[in-house]
Ligand binder design. Structure first.
Ligand SMILES: [Zn+2]
Ligand SMILES: [Zn+2]
Length: 150
């Protein structure tokens, strides 16, 4: 296991490399957005990241945060969690994992499962499409929302 500090430094190193390779300058704003995303396990939306950054960075706009997160997605620094209709949610965890999403409060939780990782793509799908990624997406009520008075 790597320590959190090492993981974080690797992340920052990865961030700087990805920016350089894609001709993006490493601005304090981009670093701040990356740090907030990388330190969150909640699959935050742009609005959530924006509210956190605005606490210490008042000349940043939601639009900048949103565009920056989409850029991170394009250059492989983040993933967009697929969901229908809702604002996009971003995921700093690039490792293969799966999601549980609460349909009531919108919480998205990562989980790992070797059996899911090993699921086979149906042949008909393999013939028809090029599969780049395989994730299992579970939906239901989280431990808070499942209680009768939650
Ligand atoms: Zn919930
Ligand atoms: Zn995730």
């Amino acid at each position: 296991m790597v320590s959190k500090v090492n993981e974080y430094e690797n992340g920052l190193h990865h961030f700087e490399n990805a920016c350089r390779q894609n001709g993006l300058s490493i601005t304090p704003q981009r670093i701040a957005i990356f740090k907030e995303l990388a330190s969150s396990s909640e699959h935050p939306s742009a609005a959530v990241i924006f509210r956190k950054i605005r606490e210490y960075y008042d000349n940043i706009s939601l639009d900048t945060v949103n565009r920056t997160l989409l850029t991170f997605h394009e250059i492989g620094l983040a993933k967009v969690v697929e969901s229908s209709g809702d604002p996009k949610r971003f995921d700093p965890n690039l490792a293969l994992h799966h999601h549980f999403r609460c349909v009531k409060c919108g919480k998205i939780v990562d989980f790992e499962n070797a059996a899911y990782d090993a699921l086979e793509i149906p042949r008909a799908i393999q013939k028809k499409f090029v599969i780049r990624e395989k994730r299992v997406h579970l939906e239901g009520f989280c431990d808070t929302c499942r209680s009768p008075d939650g």
